[in-house]
Each structure stands twice: as structure tokens, then as C-alpha cells.
Design a protein around this ligand. Structure first.
Ligand code: DQA
Length: 146
């Protein structure tokens, strides 16, 4: 089983940015925890982060071409703006679990709309760093519906 964890714009600034919303952990710490989880559960995990929409889209396409099991995706602010990322997800058949560190529904109104949610297998929001582990569990359970 191979899974991709994809982080979008500004998530390379975790640990420095808006700590009230996102906590104090860094992207490197998060990725180390996820790597440990993957090795404990016997699957292969690749973590990537980009601030560039097109690069995220290329990696989403690539994940399907490489025969991956699924993607855990935190698209950051692109969640609320990007029809192109939504279309990339709609264009692949492998499941994408949408995650957000903060509870987007408790925050500004513009964060309440997700272009990704209608094409995602599901959405996990507001449990801090744990959303990534919860997303991986969802893919490992393999019960996503179409
Ligand atoms: C976020 C929520 C988004 O609204 C925001 O733009 C982010 C991070 C989260 O993980 O809580 O960059 O996706």
C-alpha cells in the first residue's frame, strides 16, 4: 500500500505561522510523525509540500499514474479558491481525503466553502496534527464510497 500526503501553500510555515490556529509543530515534525506511523503500520508514505497550484495538480495526477492507494490532502487556502485542484481530483479515481488542521467552520466565512469537499472521499477538520493520522486511517480502512 502506497499513500501520498500532500500539503499546499503556506504549510511549510507551520510552527511559525498563526500558532493559535495551527499549533506549534513544524512541517518537518509532522512529516516525521507520519513516517513513523507509516512504518508502524507497514505502508509506504510519501510527503510533499508545495506553494504552487500547478505542482500540486501534477502530483495529484502522478499519484494515480503511479498506482497509489490514495491521497491525504491539505490544500490550504486553495481549498477555498481552486477549481483546478478540484478538477484534478475529479479526474482521478483514487480516493482523496481532505484534511484541515484548524476547524475551518469555526473561522472566517470564506473558509466555510470547499471546492474540494464534493470530489473528496471525505473531510476531516479541526483536530490539529491528528487530522493527518485520521486521514491515513480512513485510507487504510478502505471504506471510501464513490
Ligand atoms: C488550513 C485551513 C485553510 O483555510 C488555510 O488557508 C490554511 C490551512 C488548515 O489546515 O486548517 O492554509 O487548510
Amino acid at each position: 500500500m502506497r499513500i501520498l500526503c500532500l500539503n499546499g501553500p503556506n504549510l511549510n510555515r507551520l510552527g511559525k505561522r498563526e500558532k493559535d490556529a495551527y499549533g506549534t509543530f513544524t512541517l518537518a515534525e509532522l512529516e516525521a510523525d507520519l513516517a513513523q506511523f507509516a512504518s508502524d503500520h507497514g505502508f509506504e508514505l510519501t510527503c510533499r509540500q508545495s506553494n504552487h497550484e500547478g505542482e500540486l495538480i501534477d502530483w495529484i495526477h502522478q499519484a494515480e499514474d503511479d498506482g497509489l492507494t490514495g491521497i491525504v490532502l491539505n490544500a490550504g487556502a486553495y481549498t477555498h479558491t481552486s477549481v483546478a485542484i478540484r478538477d484534478a481530483i475529479a479526474a482521478i479515481r483514487i480516493p482523496v481525503v481532505e484534511v484541515h488542521i484548524s476547524n475551518v467552520y469555526k473561522r472566517e466565512e470564506f473558509r466555510h466553502h470547499s471546492y474540494i469537499a464534493p470530489v473528496a472521499a471525505g473531510q476531516i477538520t479541526g483536530f490539529g496534527k491528528d487530522v493527518y493520522i485520521l486521514g491515513l486511517h480512513a485510507l487504510l480502512l478502505g471504506n471510501q464510497r464513490g
